[in-house]
Design a protein around this ligand. Structure first.
Ligand code: ADP
Length: 451
């Protein structure tokens, strides 16, 4: 070992000035680099001449392994460059391995004079270095690896140089960590952008699928309605005896066929209305009428209440007028009332209408089977039923609520549900007292409304 002192920079250099320059170089590296590896490379290239090292390396711990791989080199002798990619340093072994494992500066003033580094003598000779200073690259989270500076001349490191090297290593580690965080953010951002694009693709595909489905439903409904109307016409002719005498038995059968056909026709009508509503093509016929009228219309047309279910109606004693579409409100109430009838086998059904400020509120309450909380919104989706199985107890198409909600919305209102299994359900329809035509958008960004 020799006592010759390492000369890192010219003697007349102020230590504070060197530190400043080193920091500036590292900051510069951070600002210029895109990836952590580039930060190391830039920093090594700038700092090595500053500390007088003939070449330098940065080793990084490889994942959770005990090995470090080379992340950046400065001025490595050209003829050894081909082996660099292969180079691995085991934590705890050699000056760099020890620096990283023990998290302290390891100084070797003269490799040739150190018996523990006997194996290194040949390499040191070949590469042309005598002294090494290896420092851990550590952050608050742990050790990233080590940086090693190799000096041509043997010599111990002065306290001032040591503190400069420490500062350099700490700055490099902190900068690299920040660069890594930025890199992580960038990756997360790229992944987000990608999944956004994917979501957008799926959204467009979904819109297209919906459009095709609605078009199909609209077309098929039209196609079904025409022959069905003809069937019902022939039924009426037979019923009236115009196609020959009809026995009492045949008349009963005809009545059943007529009921089923009417049911089918209603269903097709609902489908057509729903698809027309979704395309925004349904006409609103606004007129002034008593808020009690739609309620009476609905009561008159809805069938199916069980004898063991009481019906209570609460309404204002005096006429109160609203301006809206009476037929559409009646249709909504029929959907709600027939559901109440269908899903209530005992107890009572309360139907009410009231005017609160500038709103008309219709309520249909029942003591039936109720709807679980998680289905409260889904029951408004078309074809959606709480029990969607083929063995379900209650019939129905799953269109009633979907149609009712859309009707409420085109009239400027909304339908709300409050329900719990075993405790019955309350459906509340809120509508403006005076319907106002919505202002038309010049062009809608979507081909039809979502929902
Ligand atoms: P449908 O009654 O033809 O099945 P709807 O769209 O009217 O279709 O209703 C959707 C589903 O919501 C019903 O199948 C039923 O599961 C649930 N539901 C609606 N109203 C009630 C109610 N009053 N009580 C219990 N469940 C109801």
């Amino acid at each position: 070992m020799t006592n010759e002192r390492l000369r890192l920079v010219p003697d007349n250099s102020e230590s504070g000035l060197r530190e400043l320059i080193a920091i500036r170089e590292i900051v510069h590296a951070f600002l210029t680099a895109d990836r952590p590896e580039e930060v190391f490379q830039f920093a090594l290239d700038r700092v090595s001449p500053l500390v007088g090292a003939s070449f330098a390396c940065v080793y990084l711990v490889d994942g959770a392994s005990e090995l470090m791989r080379l992340a950046a080199v400065h001025n490595w002798p050209e003829r050894f460059a081909p082996f660099l990619g292969e180079m691995r340093v085991r934590l705890g072994f050699g000056p760099s391995g020890e620096a990283a494992a023990e998290r302290r500066v390891i100084e070797v003033p003269d490799v040739m004079a150190d018996p523990s580094l006997e194996d290194w003598a040949e390499v040191a000779h070949e590469l042309g270095f005598r002294a090494i200073a290896a420092l851990p690259l550590q952050t608050g989270d742990g050790v990233l690896g080590a940086v090693a500076f190799y000096f041509e001349a043997a010599g111990a490191i002065t306290a001032e140089t040591r503190s400069l090297l420490r500062m350099v290593a700490d700055q490099m580690a902190a900068t690299a960590q920040k660069a890594r965080l930025i890199e992580d953010l960038r990756r997360a951002n790229a992944a987000l952008t990608e999944s956004n694009a994917e979501l957008e693709r799926q959204f467009v595909a979904l819109l297209e699928a919906r459009r095709v489905k609605d078009e199909f439903l609209a077309n098929i409904s039209h196609e079904l309605r025409t022959p069905l109307t003809a069937v019902m016409g022939y039924l009426a002719l037979m019923d009236e005896g115009l196609a020959g005498p009809v026995t009492a038995e045949q008349r009963r059968t005809l009545a059943q066929v007529k009921t089923s056909s009417q049911h089918l026709l209603d269903l097709i009508g609902d489908l057509l209305e729903l698809t027309t509503l979704k395309r925004g093509g349904l006409e609103i016929t606004a007129a002034s009428f008593d808020v009690r009228d739609p309620l009476h219309d609905a009561l008159a047309t809805t069938r199916g209440r069980s004898d063991s279910v009481a019906l209570r109606v609460r309404e204002p004693e005096q006429p109160l007028f609203m301006v809206s579409d009476r037929r559409k409100i009646c249709k909504m109430l029929v959907a709600l009332l027939s559901n109440a009838y269908k899903f209530t086998t005992s107890g009572e059904i309360r139907l009410s209408v009231s005017v609160i400020d500038d709103h008309v509120v219709y309520r249909v309450e029942d003591t039936g089977i109720g709807i679980p909380e998680e289905m409260h919104q889904q029951v408004f989706d078309e074809f959606r039923q709480v029990d969607g199985s083929t063995t379900r107890k209650y019939g129905g198409s799953g269109l009633g609520l979907s149609l009712a909600r859309r009707l409420a919305r085109v009239l400027g209102g909304e339908i709300y549900v409050d329900s719990a299994p075993g405790h019955g359900s309350t459906f509340r329809v809120e509508l403006p007292l005076v319907y106002r035509e919505p202002e038309r958008l010049s062009h809608s960004p979507l081909p039809f409304a979502l929902g």
